[in-house]
Design a protein around this ligand. Structure first.
Ligand SMILES: O=C(O)CCC(=O)C(=O)O
Length: 265
């Protein structure tokens, strides 16, 4: 019998991550993949474009799914902001990888009441470079990152925690439609895609409403559950249709802002 959300959230809090949780059938995931790949035919690769939920209805539907928010609520509380949604795509047989890092070191956020969901839209396997997590690493707080520019590293600054004992890392393979959750202090990484298919994940960040941006006052988010009595963020607008020109123009500005924020730790 599948575990209830309370037990899943307990596992997440203990280990700093949770994997796998199934939200979609493989057929439903294939439908979402198709919708994003149709958009890619229009505008090119969607890899690492910020705020995908503001210009693609599929990303908005996945990021605001009731079942996902029911679980996120047990992790960070009832008042939830959707901060970002980004496809992370490794092309077939590519060197693209992600070095060991902690997300919260470069987002400029005031508190760590935050969780990331990573939902697979294609098979995420050892061969295709699924995520690896170090259980319990969220308990140690911020670790030293070295900046090591590397074109094959997905991370903007190639930021890397060097002293990770690889033996302690757990592989998190996912079928399409399954997701992992990880905390912003959890050490995680992923290897290159050696498979013949694209490895596609939608990476979504949720914040509790009291969290604020410390680097500037222009950051944006969407309230997806509960109430926001803090109003630390201006409001993003969810996509109502795909690739709407006004939404695309706004996304360009938001992406620039994200790169400035996350590119200066
Ligand atoms: O997509 C990957 O392989 C890594 C994703 C990641 O670093 C993250 O979700 O924070």
């Amino acid at each position: 019998m599948p575990l209830d959300n309370q037990s899943l959230a307990h596992e997440y809090r203990t280990n700093g991550y949770l994997s796998p949780v199934s939200f979609l059938s493989e057929g439903e995931a294939a439908g979402h993949r198709k919708r994003m790949e149709v958009a890619e035919k229009e505008i090119g690769s969607l890899h690492y474009r910020s705020k995908a939920h503001t210009f693609l209805t599929s990303a908005w539907e996945l990021a605001s799914m009731r079942q996902v928010l029911d679980l996120v609520e047990k992790m960070i509380g009832p008042n939830i902001l959707l901060f970002n949604a980004t496809y992370i795509i490794k092309e077939p047989n590519s060197l693209s990888h992600v070095s060991w890092h902690q997300d919260l070191t470069y987002w400029g956020l005031s508190h760590d009441d935050q969780v990331s969901m990573w939902m697979a839209l294609s098979p995420a396997t050892q061969e295709s470079g699924c995520m690896r997590m170090v259980p319990g690493s969220h308990e140690g707080g911020r670790q030293k990152h070295e900046v090591a520019p590397d074109e094959t590293n997905v991370l903007l600054q190639g930021q890397t925690v060097k002293a990770v004992d690889e033996e302690t890392a757990i592989l998190c393979p996912l079928k399409p439609g399954e997701a992992t959750f990880h905390h912003g202090w959890t050490l995680h990484a992923s290897m290159p895609n050696k498979s013949n298919d694209r490895r596609i994940g939608l990476n979504v960040q949720y914040l509790a409403t009291h969290v604020r941006q410390t680097k500037h006052k222009n950051d944006t988010a969407i309230l997806v559950r509960g109430q926001d009595k803090f109003n630390h963020f201006s409001r993003d607008v969810p996509a109502k249709s795909d690739l709407e020109p006004k939404a695309m123009k706004r996304q360009e500005e938001l992406e620039k802002l994200y790169n400035e924020t996350a590119g200066n730790s």
